[in-house]
Design a binder for this molecule. Structure first.
Ligand code: CA
Length: 233
């Protein structure tokens, strides 16, 4: 039984109906809002587990809705963008959104994004984050206190930069991080050249943590947007 409560923010009735019908069929509970101010009120009064937020709203930009909600809550926000330009998604992610869907999307995509976010919620509310300074994801283990990472029983030989990247991704597991977010966190600024450097470091990091050849993917590339660490089952 699914007990997650979803806030659906969408002014287009046909899209809203598609989403709510899908949610009902999969035992989600939901509330809806058709504009930005209604979304902020519903987020505050219903305290939903996940927000599905259309970016193009009649009264305010969806990014502004994200900023307002983020001023008091970390509830996961999945952005729905009709625009295919990466800049909208990136702006939304940098404002604090967790993930995005681009219209038109399939029901399967919608459900997949919800599952990824639920897994993230499970980790954040679970014991992994509360007391322990050890992060576990599949065969990957990071001992933050000791500053070491392991794949299975083998200690990974990471450069300081790779280790910092790995920690940043793991502390945001399930969430898409933009190039700007990552480079600002790692280097303190985001220059054109930083993104090229980031690609190189990410490639070497991935080779080290995904080398077991068992098909496990820990880091997902979002072309033109950024990277995400996936929660491995
Ligand atoms: Ca819209």
């Amino acid at each position: 039984m699914n007990k997650y409560n979803i806030l659906v923010v969408e002014d287009d009735n046909s899209v809203k109906n598609l989403i709510t019908t899908t949610l009902s069929m999969h035992d989600y509970k939901y509330v809806t809002a058709s504009n930005g101010s209604g979304a902020i009120m519903a987020a505050a009064s219903h305290n939903p587990d996940i927000v599905l937020l259309d970016l193009g709203l009649p009264d305010m930009d969806g990014v502004e809705v994200i900023r307002r909600i983020r001023s008091w809550s970390n509830m996961p926000i999945i952005v729905i963008s009709a625009r295919s330009e990466d800049t909208d998604k990136i702006e939304a992610l940098d404002a604090g959104a967790d993930d995005y869907l681009t219209k038109p999307f399939s029901i399967e995509e919608l459900l997949a994004r919800l599952r990824v976010t639920q897994r993230r919620l499970g980790i954040v509310s679970g014991e992994l984050y509360s007391e322990s300074s050890v992060f576990k994801n599949g065969a990957l283990r990071i001992d933050y206190a000791a500053g070491c990472a392991y794949l299975g029983t083998e200690e990974l030989k990471l450069t300081p930069m790779e280790y910092r990247l790995l920690c940043l991704l793991s502390k945001n597991v399930g969430k898409v991080l933009t190039y700007t977010y990552i480079t600002k966190n790692i280097w303190g600024h985001s220059l054109e050249n930083d993104i090229s450097c980031l690609r190189v470091f990410m490639a070497t990091l991935r080779r080290k943590i995904e080398k077991n050849n068992d098909g496990t993917q820990y880091i997902q590339t979002h072309i033109g947007v950024g990277y995400r660490m996936l929660k491995v089952e």
